[in-house]
Design a protein around this ligand. Structure first.
Ligand SMILES: Cc1ncc(COP(=O)(O)O)c(C=O)c1O
Length: 348
């Protein structure tokens, strides 16, 4: 009845964060200001929930395209960028999906659902990406699609423009540059959009993770092809109305992003001055760190009421690594104080 390989899979697990300071999921910790919350509720009130949503979403796509100096026919909307990753993996030619390792888990998970082989290219020291090695694996494994998260999750770093340019110029399949963390990065690669190159963005990290809205930016012809594997009505009417409302108030999210970036700088500086841990630079809203014992540190943080992501089980370059999302200043202070205590205890 059910495919054997599906039976072998585990469902995507989201840990229970009740009662904990939630620093595990790269969310924006700042809530929506009360005034805006009321105006938003008023906007939603006018949605005709008895009707199916607008499936073309022309105005919403136009408003999104405008922000990046593109046209509405260069935008495809998804129920989170996860859905766009799925659409790309459905639509791309037969052949492997090439990804660096480690990177965002959904590229590999969705490939497996679709029985698409995965070709992984290990990252180098300090999570660097070697374009020659990546292209060699793409050629050897006959990759039809490749994902490059810029900046990368869970490592937090941004690969240099020259590296990405070399892959753009030499990869012959569909190349997805995933800019989920673009608001926290110093650079964007949207200028590399081409018929075989699309850029993914999401509103999740900006402060609207609950909205589930992601978008692809690309060449109109490629976007039109990907649109053929989009489920009808994939963005709900309240979701569309909300997105349009939040686009009118984007400055609120931009202010919050500024705060998160400066909280990140403060946190990085403090953590880098700590003994016994290794802290990696970040162009995202999280920080990757290596501790002497990730499992013990993760549990000890949890006992102190703080939930982070433990990446140790992935092994390899992520051995003894934890990923902590930038929270509110008081949450970050509590995290640092707890970490100092725990590291002091475990390494004395
Ligand atoms: C690199 C990357 N791409 C995409 C996503 C998915 O984001 P969304 O919430 O838009 O589905 C994530 C989420 O963590 C991510 O890290």
């Amino acid at each position: 009845m059910i495919r054997n390989d599906i039976k072998q899979l585990a469902a995507y697990h989201v840990p229970d964060a009740s009662g904990l300071i939630k620093l595990d999921a790269m969310e924006n910790p700042y809530p929506l200001p009360d005034v805006l919350r009321d105006q938003w509720a008023n906007r939603i009130r006018s949605v005709n929930i008895n009707r199916y949503p607008d499936t073309e979403m022309g105005e919403l796509r136009h408003a999104i395209a405008d922000r990046d100096g593109l046209q509405a026919d260069q935008v495809l909307l998804g129920n989170g960028s996860d859905e766009l990753i799925q659409m790309a993996l459905i639509a791309a030619d037969q052949g492997a999906c090439a990804i660096p390792q480690p990177t965002f888990a959904m590229y590999e998970i969705i490939s497996r659902w679709l029985k698409r082989p995965v070709a992984s290219v290990p990252l180098g020291k300090n999570f660097s990406l070697n374009a020659d090695a990546f292209l060699r694996v793409c050629a050897r494994e006959k990759a039809a699609i490749a994902f490059l998260a810029c900046p990368n999750n869970p490592t937090g770093n941004m690969w240099p423009r020259d590296t990405i340019r070399q892959i753009v110029d030499n990869f012959r399949g569909l190349l997805i540059i995933d800019e989920a963390y673009n608001p926290f990065a110093d650079e964007s690669y949207t200028d590399m959009i081409a018929p075989h190159v699309i850029v993914l963005r999401t509103y999740s990290k900006l402060g609207m993770a609950g909205l589930r809205l992601g978008y692809a930016l690309g060449h109109p012809d490629t976007i039109a092809q990907l649109n053929k594997v989009r489920l009808p009505y994939n963005i709900s009417s309240p979701g569309q109305a909300s997105a349009r409302f939040f686009l009118e108030h984007f400055d609120v999210f931009e202010e919050q992003v500024k705060k998160i970036r400066s909280n990140r700088s403060r946190m990085l500086a403090t953590m880098m001055s700590m003994d016994h841990i290794e802290v990696f630079p970040s162009q995202t809203n999280f920080i990757l760190l290596r501790v002497p014992n990730a499992d013990a540190t993760f549990e000890a943080l949890k006992q102190r009421g703080i939930l982070v992501k433990n990446l140790h089980a992935a092994g390899g370059l992520l051995e003894n690594c934890l990923r902590v999302t930038i929270g509110m200043p008081e949450e970050n202070t509590q995290f640092i104080a707890s970490l100092k205590e725990i590291i002091g205890e475990t390494s004395s």
